[in-house]
Design a protein around this ligand. Structure first.
Ligand SMILES: [Zn+2]
Length: 112
């Protein structure tokens, strides 16, 4: 991924509207590229600051950097979870397909 693609995804990262694949390549990029990470950090801080204004300032969190790191950790866990379920889903489909094939084979041999 190049920087302009990553920058165009910053807002969608913050809104959590990136797909799992997009999210993964986005996080990979910002981890390697400090200028995009800074960009993300700036937008993230502005966004969180606005959110806190809306919430009338109760439970104010001042350490936005920490908050962003936490958000990235959460996103990583989300990716892992999605990948895990996708794998499980793939395995289940394979088992079902094999079961169905086995059943059909059995049914056909019974007919002959
Ligand atoms: Zn970059």
């Amino acid at each position: 991924m190049d920087c302009s693609t990553a920058e165009s995804m910053v807002n969608r990262y913050i809104d959590h509207t990136l797909s799992v694949n997009e999210l993964e390549s986005f996080l990979e990029h910002v981890e390697e590229c400090s200028s995009c990470y800074d960009e993300l950090e700036t937008y993230f801080i502005v966004h969180k600051a606005m959110e806190q204004l809306d919430e009338n300032g109760k439970d104010q969190i001042l350490d936005f950097r920490e908050l962003l790191e936490e958000d990235i950790r959460k996103s990583r866990r989300y990716i892992l979870k999605k990948k895990f379920f996708r794998t499980v889903e793939g395995v289940v489909i394979c088992i079902l397909a094999a079961g169905l094939a086995g059943f059909l084979f059995y049914a056909v041999t019974q007919l002959l």
